[in-house]
Design a binder for this molecule. Structure first.
Ligand code: THU
Length: 136
């Protein structure tokens, strides 16, 4: 398990990278920071497209970048949405992708620009997840 201070640090990383978001259409920046089992932190931002449906969320960009670098085991993910005061939870597609790579007990922290952050787990965000046995 990962403690609150580590989660706070990861959240700060997500907040810093959110400035790199490419979001000229929504003007809504999202940054994600993924803590790999070996301690490496891989970040991602939302990347939009003028063909709106091609947009990829920050969480998925972080997870896919990590997998590309050879990481398959993760401890936690932080998501920062600085253009919203309140926390904004990850979308359904990102929850599904988290469920592919992150065990149910993995920590998730998300928050906006106010001081309130939500700390939860992948299992709480994606209850009744199934089909893990397909990977065995
Ligand atoms: N977005 C994310 O990056 N992650 C989420 O979980 C929710 C939404 C992005 C997609 C789009 O670029 C912008 O936020 C507005 O929906």
């Amino acid at each position: 398990m990962i403690d609150k201070e580590q989660l706070g640090n990861l959240f700060n990383e997500a907040g810093k990278i959110a400035n790199k978001a490419y979001s000229p259409y929504s003007k809504f920046r999202v940054g994600a920071a993924l803590l790999c089992e070996d301690g490496t932190v891989i970040t991602g931002v939302n990347v939009e497209n003028r063909s709106f449906g091609l947009t990829v969320c920050a969480e998925r960009n972080a997870i896919f970048a990590a997998v590309t670098k050879g990481h398959l085991r993760f401890k936690a993910i932080a998501i920062s949405t600085p253009d919203s005061p309140e926390p904004v939870g990850p979308c359904g597609a990102c929850r599904q992708v988290m469920g592919e790579f992150m065990p149910a007990e993995c920590s998730v922290i998300f928050g906006g620009s106010n001081s309130e952050q939500v700390i939860t787990t992948v299992g709480e965000l994606l209850p009744f997840d199934s089909l893990h046995e397909l990977r065995k």
